[in-house]
Design a binder for this molecule. Sequence first.
Ligand code: KG4
Ligand code: ZN
Length: 330
Amino acid sequence: MILSIESSCDDSSIAVTEIATKRLLFHRKISQEAEHAKYGGVVPELASRLHAVDLPRLLEEAKPYLDDLQAVAVTNAPGLSVTLLEGVAMAQALSIARGLPIIAINHLKAHIYSLFIEKEAHLPMLVLLISGGHTMVLDVRSFDDITIVATTMDDSFGESFDKTAKMMGLGYPGGPVIEALAKEGDADRFRLPIPLRHSPKVAFSFSGIKNAVRLLIERNQPLDDRKMADIAAGFQQAAIAHLLQKTKKIFTRLQPNDFAIVGGASANMAVREAFANLCAEFDCTLHLADLQYCSDNAAMVGRCGIEAFYLERFADALTIGVSPRTDKIF
Ligand code: KG4
Ligand code: ZN
């Protein structure tokens, strides 16, 4: 079995996965969302202190499995350095105390493997990763062969939902609350500009939409429930139209047979619907992770760890570091 640890942002999570069968034997997660909500975003030092309390509590629950472990997998990049360190310190302690090999997991690769929890991996695939930290289209050919086809020039897709919610005083995280509001709203009342619409560039940008939302909010004071819903709907429509327009260009060029959406924002039903239509148009199969595995979790870290275990990709327990960086990730 592999014990896996996730602490890259504001979720503390530990899982135990059986290597041979890929069966998830244990999976717990403590989300810190409520603690960060009043600040309108994740406060790194607070997140780090909460991981230091919550990870040991979760490990205590995983105790029945400790004697059967063959490796410890831990997210070590990219993410918040101070929170990654909490998970890595725990993995180092387990590795040294129990003589277990340690596996360093890239968080973005773990999101890709959320598609294969309790399943065999199915590759190659074109993958859209949309989370709070990243917005990328990845050409995933195998565990070791992943290239970035497109990425964001500024904010990420999830972050634009978080910032929209913050500007409307709706707390953190913004994704689920904006999605729910948007369902009630009229997306055509406030038309927002679709970023890079006339640019041939295959890249993403969300800072322009964010600014347009800010101006709308300023011009429509005082905000009532109707206006908030209409702004949320207009924002979500423009953000999804942008994702779709740029991804369609990539589809036209690469003609993928299999396409997946992963990351926290892949839980958004309007996103799922829009891409289901795109896939139908291109005769391509759409793959999605189970809703419970879209946001950060240790199950995907464990599933990714199984691939690394078979390839004997072990890190040095004493020198394993952490990195917030996204470049040179794969
Ligand atoms: O993957 P994740 O849990 O953490 C990172 O790796 O960043 O993604 C969290 C992000 C947040 O920005 C959150 O607002 C967004 O995913 N998110 C959503 C939805 N649910 C979560 N964005 C849009 N619609 C949603 N339903
Ligand atoms: Zn994530």
